[in-house]
Design a protein around this ligand. Structure first.
Ligand code: COS
Length: 386
């Protein structure tokens, strides 16, 4: 259920202030230290940011998808590192439990994820299984009432700080593909689970990804999400459908920030005796960016509204992820171009954002995977009509 308009307005105003007064001023420090300052983490907890999407009965704010994307637009204006910290608890690290978990699993984990006491992480990708997610090989072999996990997960967001992993593993090695996959909830301190050194990345400093290695890691059958083996792939796909909409909103927020920075630079920078914003070639870049940004925002709002109405939005979520992640890449490129030489210098945020936003076209499904999901859904819908 949507919040009343006044309450939601208060929340958006609080987030706007937090982004403007706390997050944006701390961006350079986060980049320098490759870490988010602990006082900001605790303010994020106090604001309820770890539980935006978790229902109120489990301690979260219980936002609708429309409300969540409205906040993601705002959070996207600051360095993506801040959003990444809360991203897994609101998205891929909690949604598997929420969508398919047992009541007991929900009660055990959701309140702790919503408060930020526990960081959730989603372990699907492996060294030899990225886009082809149904090909994962991490094994979960039955042993009495337990399962023994062996294998490696790769590029796992928030792994170094996670207290809970949603791990997709193959419980039936005789079945190739999606049907043999099961989703487990594995606590970070389980013997046999270890986390590698943080990855060194192109951008998004302050976010943490790493390998997660399972060596004879024993987990009880009760840790299977929903208690039924063989449903893990479908759980993972549903989680990603939702995550893709959230990421699209973050792309829109980042594009707004980049464009604001580019516009104010263009209005202040003088060449040929005039602010460069008066030159039509600069104006064309500003106008194209604004147009694409507006289109992306409208798409995200429409898909979020439909999801709240209960429609299946797998196709629309992929359209949004494809368009918005590519759009923010183009906006970032133009923002650097408008800044000229300054845009290549680390003194200006556009240099950092240019590298940061590159990831949006890769994770939670590359642009090519979104194209594939969109086309497959189109074909399926057409077959259903005929
Ligand atoms: N919701 C629910 N179930 C879904 C689903 C969805 N959105 N998409 C697929 N499924 C189900 C299918 O219905 C099918 O089940 P049935 O056989 O019972 O019908 C099963 O899952 C397998 O589906 P499909 O045959 O489409 O699987 P593919 O192996 O062809 O893979 C893609 C589909 C490529 C879309 C998938 O592997 C994918 O999304 N890859 C990208 C992974 C990714 O985003 N990784 C990022 C890292 S995680 S941050």
């Amino acid at each position: 259920m949507a919040l009343d308009a006044d309450t939601f307005r208060q929340i958006t105003e609080t987030i706007d202030r937090f982004v403007r007064d706390r997050l944006i001023p701390a961006e350079a420090q986060v980049d320098e230290d490759n870490a988010i300052p602990p006082d900001i983490v605790s303010e994020m907890r106090d604001l309820g940011l770890f539980g935006l999407s978790i229902p109120e009965e489990y301690g979260g704010l219980g936002l609708t998808m429309v409300e969540e994307v409205e906040l993601a637009f705002r959070l996207g204006r600051a360095s993506p590192a801040f959003r990444s910290l809360i991203g897994t608890n609101n998205g891929i690290g909690s949604q598997g439990i929420l969508l398919d978990g047992t009541e007991q699993q929900k009660q055990t984990w959701l309140p702790r994820l919503a408060s930020g006491e526990v960081i959730g992480s989603f372990a699907l990708t492996e060294p030899d299984s990225g886009s082809d997610a149904a090909s994962i090989s991490l094994s979960a072999d039955p042993d009495g009432v337990d399962f023994i996990l062996n294998g490696t997960k790769r590029y796992i967001t928030n792994a170094p700080i996670a207290g809970l992993f949603t791990v997709m593993a193959r419980t039936d090695r005789t079945i190739e593909g999606a049907k043999g996959i099961t989703a487990f909830l594995v606590e970070g301190n389980t013997p046999g689970l270890s986390v590698g050194l943080p990855d060194r990345k192109m951008g998004q400093r302050g976010t943490k990804t790493a390998d997660v290695v399972f060596q004879n890691c024993r987990v009880p059958a009760s840790s299977i999400i929903g208690g039924i083996a063989g449903r893990g792939f479908s759980t993972a796909m549903k989680v990603l459908d939702r995550g893709r909409l959230h990421i699209s909103a973050v792309c829109v927020g980042a594009a707004e920030r980049l464009l604001d920075d580019a516009l104010s630079f263009a209005m202040n920078r003088r060449q040929f005796n005039a602010p460069i914003s008066e030159f039509q070639l600069i104006q064309a870049m500003l106008a194209d960016s604004r147009t694409e940004l507006y289109a992306g925002k409208c798409m995200v709002m429409d898909a979020a509204r439909r999801r709240d109405l209960g429609e299946a939005v797998s196709l629309e979520a992929s359209c949004c992820k494809l368009y918005c992640s590519e759009m923010v890449g183009r906006v970032a490129d133009r923002a650097v171009q408008i800044h000229g030489g300054a845009g290549y210098m680390a003194d200006y945020p556009v240099e950092r954002f240019y590298r940061d936003v590159r990831l949006f076209r890769l994770y939670e499904g590359t642009s090519q995977i979104q194209q594939l999901v969109i086309a497959r859904n189109m074909i399926r819908q057409h077959q259903g009509q005929n």
